[in-house]
Design a protein around this ligand. Structure first.
Ligand SMILES: Nc1ncnc2c1ncn2[C@@H]1O[C@H](COP(=O)(O)OP(=O)(O)OP(=O)(O)O)[C@@H](O)[C@H]1O
Ligand SMILES: [Mg+2]
Length: 243
């Protein structure tokens, strides 16, 4: 009986040791998870700050450029009858100002936080983005409403990247359908095309686009699903839990 008791005590002790080892691993894992989420948040915050910086640059730079040009144009107009030579000088100046302004706009044209998104939400910003897409695009956002800026920009930039992907990779005959839906406890978006498709298995090579989408969604507790069939099109789906 004593031997049996000793065996059981030994087993119990062993289990306690295992338990505490497991507990330690669990705590490490939880810490790693917290670190990861924080790093993701930093990346996305840095991205958004950069976007706002661009917005400010655009406002203070290119916009002021254009306003100054409008003033010069009026001066040239006033001079054109009495001082045609000087007027031509001003017009030449305007030509080089215009070149500068175009170069400045080109440099800034990528990744600006869209003013339409802050003013009108997804229901206004997504159709506007769709109207500039490379492929015919339908947008369905009925009854979606407004959310935190972080949620709206996540959905917006994920949809934008998925539309750009379809434009780049799905083929010229493809069409895109974007839909955003909310139900009680989550917001879901889907970008679907009927184009070339690709091998989207877990081992598939992912570029910056997919990594960024997953990162953005990860910071707000969301999830990205990519499904694609060669020759039959691609569906990108994101789910975000709502408080
Ligand atoms: N709608 C799509 N139709 C067909 N293939 C796609 C589609 N979306 C993505 N892919 C495939 O998945 C790959 C990864 O996409 P991802 O957006 O991550 O990178 P990328 O578009 O190639 O480059 P980046 O987004 O960094 O400019 C693409 O290179 C392409 O092969
Ligand atoms: Mg891409």
């Amino acid at each position: 009986m004593l031997t049996e008791l000793a065996r059981q005590v030994g087993l119990a002790l062993h289990n306690v040791q295992l338990d505490s080892a497991l507990q330690a691993s669990l705590e490490e894992l939880q810490q790693a998870n917290v670190d990861l989420q924080e790093s993701r948040r930093r990346i996305v915050t840095a991205g958004d700050a950069e976007r706002r910086r661009l917005e400010r640059n655009l406002h203070d730079g290119a916009q002021q450029h254009l306003v100054a040009m409008a003033v010069k144009l009026r001066i040239a107009e006033d001079m054109i009858e009495d001082e045609p030579k000087e007027a031509i000088d001003v017009i030449n100046e305007l030509r080089s100002d215009l070149k500068d302004a175009i170069a400045e706009l080109r440099a800034l044209a990528h990744g600006i936080y869209p003013p339409l998104l802050s003013s009108g939400g997804l229901a206004e910003a997504l159709p506007n983005a769709a109207s500039r897409a490379a492929l015919p695009t339908t947008v369905e956002t009925t009854g979606v409403g407004r959310f935190d800026a972080e949620i709206e920009s996540t959905v917006y930039f994920c949809c934008l990247e998925a539309m750009q992907n379809a434009g780049k990779h799905a083929g010229a005959d493809a069409e895109i359908v974007v839909s955003v839906e909310r139900d009680e406890d989550r917001l879901t978006f889907e970008v679907r095309d009927d184009g070339a498709g690709f091998d989207a298995g877990p081992a598939a090579a992912r570029g910056h686009g997919f990594v960024n989408m997953a990162d953005r969604l990860g910071t707000i507790g969301g999830r990205l699903t990519v499904s694609s069939t060669l020759g039959a099109g691609t569906t990108i789906r994101g789910e975000i839990p709502l408080p």
